[in-house]
Design a protein around this ligand. Structure first.
Ligand SMILES: Cc1ncc(COP(=O)(O)O)c(C=O)c1O
Length: 395
């Protein structure tokens, strides 16, 4: 026994997906770009086409070691997973996961706090192809069993939920789904497998918008779905039929980002929590929606199931309105105003969730923050002067 626990995700993330037969001594797989792969003979071409092309050079759309290495690394980070498929964005990953388990006539149970494009895909594309959607309360827990009907084929979870950060009772929902043979899909982008190993907890398909923490540098769009045993073949076949392929250049950057994800997440989590606690003590704040704070709906599930928090959360401005919220955000100097999150920089956006089942009143308009890698004292000072602008705007 060496005494070294290479099962720790922070250790695994450094070498995961590396295969000497692909890269020899190269630490990170370089960019192999390809469309055409040449064969020595017609016989070899036919032989390759007949067999399983997984991890074999066949045609560019089936990938090269650059993509395979990142996919394998993400599989290794999800204990118990069978395989991972990569996509050109997180949104594409969500849609491929759904299409791999749904057929016309099926019903999808969709968490009401899901990321807006996921909800739109269900209401638009899935409906057009004869798949109905029923929204459920993110805090439903074991009560999901009562919603499962004859045609229910899949349950989509997102925990914590986009914009309002409810933490779902994943084990209770997984147990109800397994009892009825229903597939579960989770958007695990907020936690990543480092903070919530979804497949180990019984989820069938775990989605990441790698655009966020895997890439980590706000310069690449990328997505992944990691599948439990029994779900990978269907996911892969569906993704091939959809013509999905993530570019080698983007996957190369994804692999680069992945190596530092554990240490970045640690810092995002620590700084995010410090800022959230500071905000909770401010008179201008009605509520802080951060899974690690007791006020957050489903906080008890966070404490039970998660290994830590990342850097994204929201808070409500007490007695604020559109104008005073904009005054607050516009006054910030270190927080950029822009979509996405998971990069090294801090971001602030106004957040106005829309829900089929209605949005709870949080006591004021919401601001969503992503806490980056800047000095946390500087970030707090910046927010402090934002509150001065907020007060002036209301006066
Ligand atoms: C929770 C969540 N899931 C999925 C996505 C989609 O990812 P992408 O922007 O890479 O398409 C996002 C993007 O913001 C997100 O916040």
């Amino acid at each position: 026994m060496s005494g070294i626990d290479d099962d720790e995700p922070a250790t695994r993330v450094v070498t995961a997906g590396r295969r000497a037969e692909w890269t020899q001594g190269i630490v990170n797989p370089p960019v192999w770009r390809a469309s055409t792969i040449l064969y020595d003979s017609v016989a070899q071409l036919r032989e390759t086409a007949r067999g399983d092309t997984h991890h074999k050079l066949f045609y560019g759309r089936r990938g090269t070691p650059t993509q395979w290495a990142l996919a394998d690394a993400l599989t290794e980070l999800e204990p118990g997973a069978e395989g991972t498929f990569l996509y050109c964005s997180g949104a594409a990953a969500v849609t491929a996961a759904l299409l791999s388990v749904l057929e016309p006539g099926d019903e999808l149970l969709l968490v009401d706090s899901a990321y807006d494009p996921t909800t739109s895909f269900a209401a638009g594309f899935l409906k057009r192809f004869g798949i109905t959607t029923r929204h459920y309360d993110p805090l439903i827990g074991a009560g999901i069993a009562d919603l499962i009907g004859e045609n229910t084929a899949a349950i989509l979870l997102e925990s914590p939920g986009s914009l309002t950060f409810e933490v779902q009772d994943v084990p209770a929902i997984v147990a109800a789904a397994k009892a009825r043979g229903i597939a579960t899909i989770i958007d695990n982008t907020w936690a990543t497998p480092l903070l919530f190993p979804a497949i180990e907890r019984g989820i069938d398909l775990s989605v990441l918008a790698c655009t966020k923490y895997v890439v980590g540098h706000s310069d690449v769009m990328l997505g992944s779905v990691t599948a439990a045993p029994g779900f990978f073949a269907k996911l892969r076949a569906t993704s091939f039929q959809l013509g999905q392929v993530a570019s080698p250049d983007d996957c190369w950057l994804g692999s680069r980002g992945l190596r530092t994800m554990a240490v970045r997440l640690k810092q995002h989590g620590a700084s995010g929590l410090e800022v959230a606690r500071w905000l909770a003590g401010r008179p201008e704040v009605a509520k802080v929606l951060h899974p690690a704070l007791p006020d957050c709906p489903g906080h008890e599930h966070f404490v039970r199931d998660f290994k830590g928090s990342s850097g994204l959360f929201a808070f409500a401005l007490k007695d604020g309105d559109e104008t005073s919220r904009a005054a607050f955000i516009d006054a910030l100097r270190l927080f950029g105003i822009g979509y996405s999150w998971g990069g090294f920089e801090s971001l602030a956006v106004p957040s106005d969730p829309k829900r089929a089942l209605g949005v709870p009143d949080h006591g004021g308009p919401l601001v969503r923050l992503h806490i980056g890698l800047e000095d946390v004292g500087d970030l707090i000072a910046d927010l402090d002067q934002g509150f001065a602008a907020f007060r002036t705007s209301r006066a």
